[in-house]
Write a protein that binds this ligand. Structure first.
Ligand code: ACO
Length: 437
């Protein structure tokens, strides 16, 4: 369902003395857009919008977010209620199918996740080929890309088989993530178990060992469910747009998701959760002098940014950050963990929120600011944080790929440009070239 309302409004555009009328469309929450589909054909002009700050690339019925009000909902349900009342598996079902599952649908879906949890034994050998200390995001994207070689059976009619492909991905990415950690630690792999829930299974694959069996802790399972739910989708962010752009060339789901994983890796996007912890750790090691970092962030001649602050869309508190901050305090209390980085994070936030520089630019803590402290408290190593983000974002990527594939307005993504290079010039034979100087 990607219906838009075509309003009676028209945008008037005057160019070269001529007036053009462009249709205005509206979404279900009242957001409006000028439909410029016919702009170039009618006027010969294109629009210029670097970073796509004002460009809508599609209509979507998956996630609504209002960056001015700090509102976020998946399929019409508020993120706060979903994070409080659901498991990640329920929310994945919601994102990918459009409705919350009934008890029966949930147990069928959970069974599918159990059935697809193993990865082909030949794929397990791939882990041996990566050098020690390989970035887990590199391993994850390579492994996900390879899934289409091992499971090609569903590539021909993807929409007919999307439920199975989604379950396969959700289940196997969890296994791949845990295996990559075990390999990096030089420990034996722990296989998935049918009797454990999605998150408990992941934690068991990460932390069980022949010498010390892992005991599933409800507080940790709940915290993980919450974190993954909060990362489930975020409309047309960089990695999701990547999945859509790659998929628009009719690329299979596995390869499109692999591309999304690579986009997420960047420190300005999903990689920020790791960067936040590294920054907090550095401040801690230097005796807690966070004011120096505030000054550096404000200095126009210093490229340093306060990681975990600011967002392209939110110009107020990120609603996910609010929930995560509270969860962070609850989890640390429940587990009786004292983390000095939490104190530094709180102080940094308080100072930044009362500083003119941050106030003027609407820079608030984002989803990545507190999530790492929870991950650390539950034993996830820092270099796995962005992998955790990918695991959470997976149902969102799948939902967008599916929606894009089924969209009657689908076109291959192909932006235009304004060329600013050399004008046409005569070819120079090699004997007469001066080369680049
Ligand atoms: N610290 C200091 N200054 C900042 C920060 C920051 N974290 N973020 C933005 N600014 C400043 C910029 O320097 C700029 O100032 P100026 O107007 O004086 O030049 C102004 O705020 C606007 O910044 P832009 O870069 O234009 O904002 P944009 O929307 O392009 O960037 C981004 C958003 C990339 C998230 C940015 O805020 C940032 O780099 N934050 C730190 C990295 C981070 O936490 N990323 C995770 C984002 S959430 C996610 O992807 C899951």
């Amino acid at each position: 369902m990607t219906n838009r309302i075509i309003t009676d409004e028209k945008a008037e555009l005057i160019l070269d003395g001529k007036t053009y009328h462009l249709p205005v469309i509206m979404g279900t929450e009242g957001e409006k857009a000028i439909d410029i589909k016919s702009l170039r054909a009618q006027t010969g002009y294109i629009t210029m919008d670097s970073g796509f700050m004002n460009t809508g690339a599609c209509c979507s019925s998956i996630t609504f977010l209002d960056g001015e009000e700090g509102v976020l909902s998946y399929r019409g349900y508020g993120i706060e209620e979903l994070a409080e009342n659901c498991t990640f598996v329920e929310v994945s079902y919601l994102l990918d199918n459009g409705c919350l599952p009934s008890q029966e649908q949930l147990s069928n879906f959970s069974q599918m996740l159990g059935k697809y949890a193993m990865i082909h034994e030949d794929m397990i050998r791939f882990f041996d080929g990566f050098p020690p200390n390989s970035p887990p995001m590199a391993i994850l994207s390579s492994m996900v890309n390879s899934l289409c070689s091992f499971y090609p059976d569903m590539l021909d009619n993807p929409l007919e088989n999307i439920d199975k492909m989604a379950a396969r991905l959700l289940s196997k990415v969890r296994t791949i993530a845990a295996f990559s950690y075990k390999k990096s630690m030089g420990q034996p792999l722990v296989y998935p178990r049918h009797d454990l829930s999605y998150c408990a299974n992941f934690l068991n694959m990460m932390f069980d060992s022949p010498v010390k069996p892992y005991e599933v802790d409800d507080t940790v399972v709940k915290a993980l469910n919450k974190l993954l739910i909060l990362h489930g989708d975020h409309e047309q962010n960089c990695s999701t747009s990547t999945v859509r752009v790659v998929g628009s060339a009719r690329v299979n789901l596995y390869a499109s998701i692999s591309a999304g994983i690579n986009a997420l890796w960047g420190p300005l996007h999903g990689g920020a959760n790791q960067a936040v912890m590294e920054m907090l750790d550095k401040i801690h090691m230097e005796g807690g002098n966070f004011k120096k970092y505030i000054e550096r962030a404000k200095d126009p001649n210093d490229p340093f940014r306060l990681v975990g602050f600011g967002h392209r869309v939110y110009k107020t508190h990120d609603p996910r950050a609010r929930i995560i901050k509270k969860a962070c305090e609850d989890v640390l209390n429940a587990l009786n963990v004292k983390d000095p980085l939490l104190d530094i994070a709180r102080e940094l936030e308080a100072v930044a929120l009362s500083d003119e520089y941050f106030i003027e630019r609407n820079l608030y803590p984002n989803v990545d600011f507190y999530s790492g402290i929870i991950y650390r408290a539950i034993g996830i190593p820092t270099n796995m944080f962005t992998v955790m983000f990918a695991l959470g974002r997976l149902p969102g990527w799948i939902a967008h790929w599916k929606e894009m594939w089924d969209d009657p307005d689908w076109r291959i993504s192909r932006p235009r440009q304004i060329y600013v290079g050399h004008k046409r010039r005569p070819f120079v034979p090699i004997e007469r070239r001066t080369g680049c100087v």
